[in-house]
Design a protein around this ligand. Structure first.
Ligand code: TYD
Length: 199
C-alpha cells in the first residue's frame, strides 16, 4: 500500500502571503523531499466555487452554505489525491468560513455552532493547519471584496475581526501560528520544520 500524502492547509486574512508560501512549500517539498505535491484553493474553480467567484450572492447565509457546498465537493477530490500518496496544500479550508462568516459586526452569518457542524459534516481533518498571522494594517490590506461596499476603515476593521477569529480558532483546534510579517524565506523554513515534525 502507498503511504498517504499529507493534507496541509494554509489560512490567514487577505494579503497574508498564503499563495507565496504555498508555492515555495511545493517547490521545496518536490525538489528537496521528492514528494508529489498539488496546490489547490478555496473557493475552488469547480461549479460552486466559480459561482462564488463570479456572481454576487446577496444572501450572506446562502453564500456561507455555498462555501461549504464547494468544500464538500473539493474534499472528495483532495481525499482521493491524499489516498494516492500525493501531498495536497490547500489555500483556505473550513477555518475561512468559521472566521469570515462569523466576523461581521452584526454577528455570525449563521449560528457559529451550526457553521461548525456543517463544516464537520463535509471536511476531513488536515494533518497540519498553518495560520499566517498578520496585522491587516501591515499586510497592506488586499482586502475583502465581498459583501456590500465598505469604506477603507470598515474593511480594515473587518479584517481585524477576521484575524481575531482566526487566532481563537487556531487556539481551539491546535493549529500552528506563524508570524506572517517575517520574510517569505523565513516563513517557508518555519513551515518546513512544522511539516518535518508531522511526518
Ligand atoms: P477570492 O477573492 O475569490 O480568492 P483569492 O483569495 O484568490 O483572492 O476569495 C477569497 C475571499 O473569500 C476572501 O476574502 C475570503 C472569502 N472566503 C470566505 O468568506 N469564506 C470562505 O469559506 C472562503 C473559502 C473564502
Amino acid at each position: 500500500m502507498t503511504d498517504k500524502g499529507l493534507f496541509i492547509v494554509l489560512e490567514g486574512i487577505d494579503g497574508s502571503g498564503k499563495t507565496t508560501l504555498a508555492r515555495s512549500l511545493k517547490s521545496q517539498l518536490e525538489s528537496v523531499r521528492g514528494w508529489e505535491v498539488r496546490l489547490t484553493a478555496e473557493p475552488t474553480k469547480g461549479p460552486v466555487g466559480s459561482l462564488l467567484r463570479e456572481e454576487r450572492i446577496d444572501s450572506p447565509r446562502a453564500e456561507a452554505m455555498l462555501f461549504i457546498a464547494d468544500r464538500a465537493c473539493h474534499t472528495e477530490e483532495m481525499r482521493a489525491l491524499v489516498e494516492k500518496g500525493i501531498t495536497v496544500i490547500c489555500d483556505r479550508y473550513y477555518a475561512s468560513t468559521l472566521a469570515y462568516q462569523s466576523a461581521s459586526t452584526s454577528g455570525p452569518v449563521l449560528d457559529y455552532r451550526l457553521l461548525e457542524e456543517m463544516n464537520d459534516a463535509v471536511t476531513m481533518e488536515p494533518d497540519i493547519t498553518i495560520l499566517l498571522d498578520i496585522d491587516p494594517e501591515v499586510s497592506g490590506g488586499r482586502v475583502d471584496s465581498r459583501g456590500e461596499q465598505k469604506s477603507k476603515f470598515e474593511r480594515l476593521e473587518f479584517q481585524r475581526r477576521v484575524r481575531d477569529k482566526y487566532l481563537r480558532i487556531a487556539k481551539e483546534r491546535g493549529s500552528s501560528v506563524l508570524d506572517a510579517s517575517k520574510s517569505p524565506e523565513d516563513l517557508c523554513s518555519e513551515a518546513m520544520k512544522l511539516i518535518d515534525q508531522r511526518r
